[in-house]
Write a protein that binds this ligand. Structure first.
Ligand SMILES: [Zn+2]
Length: 500
């Protein structure tokens, strides 16, 4: 087709993914990749999909925040089969390499194929979850694939606290079965995840004037391995906020140090890798404090030599200027909380080997004029255990007193593993039929959007599948294009299985 044909240029002509199979999937994947679609910026992609579905005569509901629900009737012989909800999310994580100037608000992802993998160009790829959306569009575009009535749900804001699924009106759904397409291992079926809740521990601040003859110091812990608070919690890595609490306790007890400022962590889903306190101590005690912190730092480095080999603890003079410090009671209350909040693995599953069942991550530490705030994230596959950990945190606030309070937010239910699930067993049967072997079944300690669907559809039966992707949420994100066809085959086979 000639370049002069303008609008009618075959979009595959300039395609990076042309030639990859299944062609229908990679056509949609490339089309979606060209649309900017970071979290909160989903209107354009949502309209694009809605127009596409309407042009094919399907019923489309788009809500105020651009979640989509698209209905496609069952194919002949499947008209009365139980309705299946197909789920994916339209937003992607927007990260770029240092030095790469990418305008995610206005630019799509520049795809490149290197060997078996599709990458972005110095950016995230967004396979999470362009894959799910492209599969959904492939099904909408096909008329030769047998399937039950479909309710295709494409949510927004998944990557920023599951906002789309929180908002989505579950009353619009008639299906009781859900197939999610945001898994990243073609050799396994994903069949359950933890729920989570966050707890804000607050201590009101009173201030005292800085005594005379004091030296301002920075007590800083850095270089920890950090990691995801759910995927990496079993690795027993050091938590910078908790270790800072341990050091502050020594500083206050041994040298009467005061605290002027605290800070630690980056995000409530990240094990904090850095934390710092600005403290003051009488000039005559600085040498003594240095010695005591060095001794404790050596002990901590030894304890964590395997998990955190680059851990660094530094006590240095601070340029911070301040005339007031936390009251002694407030500082003690904060240090008690930093040291005594439950942290790390709390229980393991006895049903699935190696799986963490419950944990807490002391994730964020900060203060302003009025209070110190410590944010905890508590995933658990068992609701009662999750709430029990919250209750222990509340109990600690009562013991600490000094006006300490706890408030919870972002409560997301778990998706419990059920070996008798119809979706799981249909998935296993389809997998065996296609590939002649049994799939692995995976259950995760991470809390996914899918838990929220249990709140909306109480008896919902769910399963998740997907092709191989690595390092999602980072600029190393890549999709193994050679595994997409087997997921497509599995998807079609599973759909045909769901006649009853
Ligand atoms: Zn994601």
């Amino acid at each position: 087709m000639s370049v002069h044909a303008g609008k009618t240029i075959d979009r595959r002509a300039n395609s990076v993914l042309a030639g990859l199979e299944p062609a229908i999937f990679f056509g949609f994947f490339e089309e979606l990749s060209a649309i900017p679609r970071g979290s909160y910026n989903e209107k354009q992609v949502s309209d694009h999909i809605a127009n596409f579905a309407r042009s094919r005569g399907f019923e489309v509901c788009q809500d105020d925040i651009y979640n989509l629900l698209i209905r496609k009737p069952g194919t002949p012989g499947y008209e009365n089969a139980p309705t299946l909800i197909l789920h994916g999310h339209t937003d992607i994580v927007c990260e770029s390499d240092e030095g790469v100037d990418h305008d995610f608000n206005n630019e799509g992802i520049k795809l490149q194929v290197i060997g078996d993998f599709i990458h972005g160009t110095g950016t995230t790829l967004g396979a999470d979850n362009t894959v799910g959306v492209a599969f959904a569009m492939s099904l909408l575009a096909s008329d030769d694939i047998a399937h039950p009535p479909l309710e295709i749900v494409l949510t927004v804001q998944e990557e920023v606290g599951k906002g789309g699924a929180q908002y989505f009106d579950g009353a619009k759904l008639s299906g009781k079965r859900l197939l999610d397409m945001n898994w990243h291992d073609p050799k396994s079926l994903f069949a359950g995840c933890a729920g989570d809740i966050s707890a804000r521990f607050k201590i009101p601040l009173k201030w005292e004037p800085l005594a005379s003859g004091q030296t301002a110091l920075s007590l800083r812990i850095s270089g920890l391995s950090s990691g995801h608070s759910e995927f990496d919690i079993h690795l027993e890595r050091a938590n910078a906020i908790v270790q800072l609490g341990r050091l502050l306790r020594i500083a206050i007890r041994e040298t009467g140090a005061s605290v002027a400022e605290v800070n630690g962590g980056v995000n409530r889903y990240v094990i904090p890798g850095e934390a710092e306190a600005i403290i003051s101590v009488h000039a005559s005690k600085v040498a003594d404090l240095k010695q005591k912190i060095e001794a404790e730092a050596a002990a901590i480095a030894f304890e964590y030599k395997t998990s955190d080999p680059s851990l660094k603890i530094a006590l240095t003079e601070s340029q911070n200027q301040f005339t007031e410090v936390f009251s002694a009671q407030a500082a003690r209350a904060m240090v008690d909380a930093m040291n005594l909040l439950p942290n790390g693995v709390q229980s393991k599953s006895l049903q699935v080997e190696g799986l963490v069942e419950s944990s807490n991550t002391v994730a964020l530490l900060s203060n302003d004029r009025n209070e110190v705030e410590i944010v905890n994230t508590i995933p658990s596959a068992v609701s009662s255990r999750r709430y029990n950990i919250v209750d222990k945190i509340r109990q600690l606030s009562e013991l600490i007193g000094n006006g300490a309070t706890v408030e919870t937010f972002a409560d997301c239910p778990e998706w419990p593993y059920n070996p008798d699930s119809r979706m799981l067993n249909a998935g296993k049967a389809a997998y065996e039929r296609e590939f002649g072997e049994q799939p692995h079944v995976e259950v995760s300690h991470s809390s996914l959007e899918l838990g929220l669907f249990r709140k909306k559809v109480p008896d919902i039966d769910m399963l998740s599948i997907g092709p191989e992707a690595f390092d999602v949420h980072t600029t190393r994100e890549r999709l193994n294009h050679t595994t997409v066809d087997s997921t497509w085959r599995l998807l079609k086979s599973l759909l045909s299985e769901l006649r009853t």
